[in-house]
Design a binder for this molecule. Structure first.
Ligand code: C2E
Ligand code: MG
Ligand code: MG
Ligand code: MG
Length: 295
């Protein structure tokens, strides 16, 4: 095989590329149809207040209920949706669905502490001047209070187009929503944007949380640094990908505000989250035994 001519190799590569393109086109068609046919659902992953050990919010995570393939995770279709611009329509749907569900829970559990709803935005959505209007419309139409909505954006988005991005973020802030940086620590290392952009929350990436709870102090250095930076800047911290009780213990000793991860609960469908909320002030121990609603 090592002797194969470059040309033959090129043809193999080319046919793979073409298969990729066809597959891609199929996905785009499928996605359009899926939107028309209402095949998207949101799952909701609990977020736990690490001081009180109670449920304080959820992150809305998109799933495609494919007629043949079952539950398709976002990483298999969001990149295509981003490339083709379909993410704007899809993102609008997510915002509306999340606000509506948030409102349903507020009405259903008036005596509970109101749940914060976090929604992921793609970079492409942030490049859209109409984004703030769309968020405003989703809030108004659902009656979901702006102060309970968090919009998550990734670090790299902040490095793209600074002037437009700042304008869009300021417009969002004027609505009264909060902004979080997702997967914090994995992007560009210049931290000056933390002062330039109106950020409220840092979500510490799973890769740093993974190192917590051991005996090696170096492994928790990044998380410790992020939490202390956040305190200085008066930002809230959310640890992502909390999987073990040792993670929880160290996060609590570092004074990280909020935890999210399989240790507490997997992303759950709306029904499962409703039953969770029906229990009086859900203790963390009960959350850990919940079954996977995904996959
Ligand atoms: P993300 O926003 O960083 O979301 C966290 C991801 O980590 C979710 O994967 C979640 O299920 C997973 N996760 C949570 N806890 C744990 C844990 O303890 N261990 C491990 N191994 N994983 C954990 P998911 O739902 O597959 O979503 C993947 C990514 O897709 C999200 O990452 C987000 O970037 C994107 N995404 C999801 N929904 C949307 C959406 O509505 N719009 C956009 N633009 N992106 C979305
Ligand atoms: Mg997120
Ligand atoms: Mg994340
Ligand atoms: Mg992530």
């Amino acid at each position: 095989r090592a002797k194969e001519a470059g040309r033959a190799r090129y043809e193999v590569f080319d046919s793979l590329m073409r298969a990729g393109a066809v597959r891609r086109l199929e996905i785009v068609n499928d996605l359009h149809r899926a939107l028309e046919r209402d095949q998207f659902v949101l799952h909701f992953q609990p977020q736990i207040d690490l001081r009180t050990n109670t449920l304080i919010g959820v992150e809305a995570l998109l799933r495609w209920v494919h007629p043949d393939r079952g539950l398709v995770p976002p990483m298999e279709f969001i990149p295509v949706a981003e490339e083709t611009g379909l993410i704007n329509e899809l993102g609008r749907w997510v915002l509306r669905a999340a606000c509506q569900q948030g409102r349903v829970w507020l009405d259903r559990f008036p005596d509970r502490q109101p749940l914060v709803m976090s929604v992921n935005l793609s970079g492409r959505q942030l490049g859209q001047p109409r984004l703030a209007d769309e968020v405003a419309a989703a809030l108004e139409d659902s009656g979901f209070p702006p102060h309970l909505l968090v919009l998550e954006i990734t670090e790299s988005v902040l490095m793209n187009d600074t002037a437009t991005t700042i304008q869009t973020l300021e417009a969002l802030k004027l609505l009264g929503v909060r902004l979080a940086i997702d997967d914090f620590g994995t992007g560009y290392s210049s931290l000056t944007y933390l002062q330039r952009f109106p950020i409220d929350i840092l979500k510490i990436d799973k890769s740093f949380v993974d190192g917590l709870g051991g005996t090696n102090l170096e492994e928790s250095a990044v998380t410790r640094t992020i939490v202390s930076l956040a305190k200085t800047l008066r930002l809230e911290t959310v640890a992502e990908g909390v999987e073990r009780s040792e993670h929880v213990r160290e996060l609590q000793s570092l004074n990280c505000d909020i935890g999210q991860g399989y240790f507490f609960a997997r992303p759950l469908d709306a029904g499962a989250l409703t039953s969770l909320m029906s229990q009086p002030d859900t203790p963390v121990a009960a959350l850990g035994v919940l079954t996977e609603a995904d996959r």
